[in-house]
Design a protein around this ligand. Structure first.
Ligand SMILES: NC(=O)c1ccc[n+]([C@@H]2O[C@H](COP(=O)([O-])OP(=O)(O)OC[C@H]3O[C@@H](n4cnc5c(N)ncnc54)[C@H](OP(=O)(O)O)[C@@H]3O)[C@@H](O)[C@H]2O)c1
Ligand SMILES: [Zn+2]
Length: 339
């Protein structure tokens, strides 16, 4: 019997272990994907460190997977073996319960579990996914290039287009990491006056080459004051992994501005007076649905948007993860499933 290979975390806070398992059969409404590439996201730390209650261990992280459908479960229509698809960490939704019908799919009563978080993910040669969680990948996009679009891409693309900002509005992308380096590209191509914000000047030239019209060094002064000097931001796409850093920029919102909180930083303190005087808001943003992933892929194809990747084989998942966590990755680490 052929086996699948996965890099699994045995218990919260554990290290990756190579495991061989029987190749699983897809259940009802599921497909099995032969994974070609899977991005390594900072959010994988939730699975690796066990930062959410009730996660199932051993657990295979990975929610930026691209591959070919190689088996189809019962009650599946519209999907065929050989189709190239991506799966992000959006859970599968039923599409017909009262929450899905009202567009609040994240509250779906039949939610199928988040890939790489509450069910096994893409640090593996094979992954099962609910059909409502998978997105078709355009033929012209490369699998390794597309993998980070399944989380880093969709999250920033979708946050930007739901931020309330319009063409020409000042939008700050805070953090120039895996998410931020894509967020800058999306913001510029979505027509915003795009300002990148990061610590120091190391990433300024790169941020500008990705489309940023301006750059703020958050170590050189008060980043909120710097944004106010530009007129105040209509939206701040906050991708940093530090709560103090995120707090320090919230005051840079302009009237009716919105800070889209993407970085998972725990407790966050904002000045209520500052918010109410501007009718400004702070809003959490979770990536999106598989339809949003398809929009992200199509927009990226149209505008030539791509991540900058560092590639590791699946067997070196621990090294790849450690490199991502070190903050030294430029800018997305992607695993390929050669073995
Ligand atoms: N909401 C969602 O659906 C969603 C989806 C994906 C990821 N996330 C979250 O988004 C965050 C970013 O993920 P990522 O993969 O882009 O991470 P990443 O590649 O590690 O990038 C982290 C960014 O945060 C900055 N940063 C780190 N520590 C900082 C500090 N003390 N002060 C100021 N800036 C600091 C880094 O700046 P330097 O260059 O200076 O190090 C870098 O720009 C994570 O919290 C992740 O869990 C959320
Ligand atoms: Zn992610």
């Amino acid at each position: 019997m052929p086996k699948m290979v996965a890099m699994a975390i045995p218990e919260p806070g554990g290290r990756f272990q190579r495991v061989e398992r029987d190749i699983p059969e897809p259940g009802p409404h599921e497909v099995r994907i032969r994974v070609q590439a899977c991005g390594v996201c900072h959010s994988d730390s939730l699975s690796v460190q066990g930062l959410l209650p009730g996660l199932p261990y051993p657990l295979v992280p990975g929610h930026e997977a691209i591959g070919l459908i190689d088996a189809i479960g019962p009650d599946v229509s519209g999907w065929t073996v050989g189709t190239r698809v991506g799966v992000g960490w959006s859970p599968g939704y039923c599409g017909y319960c009262r929450h899905c019908r009202r567009g609040a799919a994240f509250a779906c009563e039949n939610v199928q579990g988040a890939t790489g978080l509450s069910r096994d993910g893409g640090y593996a040669t094979h992954v099962l996914a609910h059909t409502s969680a998978v997105a078709r990948v355009p033929a012209s996009l490369d699998s390794v290039q597309s993998a980070p679009l399944m989380c880093a891409g969709i999250t920033t693309f979708n946050a930007l287009r739901n931020s309330g900002a319009g063409p020409g509005d000042l939008v700050a992308v805070h953090g120039v990491g895996g998410l931020g380096h894509l967020g800058i590209q999306f913001a510029a191509k979505q027509g915003f006056r795009t300002v990148a914000v990061n610590r120091g000047r190391d990433k300024e030239a790169l941020a500008r080459s990705l489309g940023a019209h301006d750059y703020i060094d958050s170590d050189a002064g008060d980043p909120a004051a710097a944004l106010q000097a530009m007129g105040g931001a209509k939206a701040i796409i906050a991708t940093v992994t530090s709560a103090p850093a995120m707090q320090a920029i919230a005051g840079g919102l302009g009237p009716n501005g919105t800070m889209m909180v993407i970085g998972a930083v725990g407790d966050l303190t904002v000045n209520s007076l500052d918010l109410l005087l501007k009718s400004a808001s702070v809003r959490g943003w979770y990536s999106g649905t598989s339809a949003d992933s398809e929009d992200t892929l199509a927009f990226s194809e149209l505008h030539g948007i791509a991540p900058m990747n560092e590639i590791y084989p699946l067997a070196r998942a621990q090294e790849a993860y450690d490199h991502m966590m070190s903050g030294k990755a430029r800018f997305r680490v992607v695993l390929t499933m050669d073995d």
